[in-house]
Design a protein around this ligand. Structure first.
Ligand code: SF4
Ligand code: SF4
Length: 168
């Protein structure tokens, strides 16, 4: 579903809007003046349909349910560029994280790929397995060949902290 679809279908919900705002600490989406600096630097924008300035305007208009049930909020890579670039204290990143929290709370559908990454971090401590790299002269190198130490698996302390961050 595109953001344009969301906007045409959206219904304002003040209660959910208030709930999102309460989770934003020192961030104020209503200060957004649509300069689009966030969107022009967004890491997810080239490949996906995430437009941080549009998400901000939808939240300001109270169209929360549509965002919470959309895949769009899960495409953010948490690069924090929008937070750095925003001339106001509107940080779309913080808004997106609050929307994700609400999605989990409401048991909305979370994309399978996202859950796979979470499961992998919980198991190994890493979002991706260590890769084999190939040099210019087509030689392959793994960590051992590069003299790098073996990667430790996630221990119980890490798992407990990770679950706490996830709110589990
Ligand atoms: S950079 Fe900040 S003020 Fe500008 S559009 Fe994005 S959220 Fe709004
Ligand atoms: S934190 Fe998310 S929304 Fe903000 S610039 Fe990065 S990918 Fe885009």
């Amino acid at each position: 579903m595109t953001l344009t679809d969301l906007m045409t279908m959206a219904k304002s919900n003040e209660e959910l809007q208030k709930k999102i705002r309460n989770q934003l600490w020192n961030t104020h989406p209503d200060e957004c003046y649509q300069c689009m600096r966030c969107t022009s630097g967004c890491t997810s924008l080239k490949l996906l349909e995430l437009k941080p300035h549009e998400i901000t305007i939808l939240v300001n208009a109270g169209f929360i349910e549509e965002l919470v049930s959309s895949d769009i909020i899960w495409t953010c890579t948490s690069c924090l560029k929008c937070r750095e670039r925003c001339p106001q204290k509107a940080s779309p990143y913080n808004t997106i994280m609050a929307l994700r929290n609400l999605a989990v709370e409401q048991e909305a559908k979370i994309p399978e790929k996202y859950m796979k990454v979470v499961a992998q971090i919980l198991e190994t401590g890493m979002a991706e397995q260590a890769q084999i790299v190939t040099s210019k002269d087509m030689q392959s190198f793994n960590r051992e060949k590069l003299g790098l130490p073996e990667i430790q698996q996630a221990d119980d302390k890490f798992k407990a902290i990770f679950m706490k961050i996830l709110g589990g």
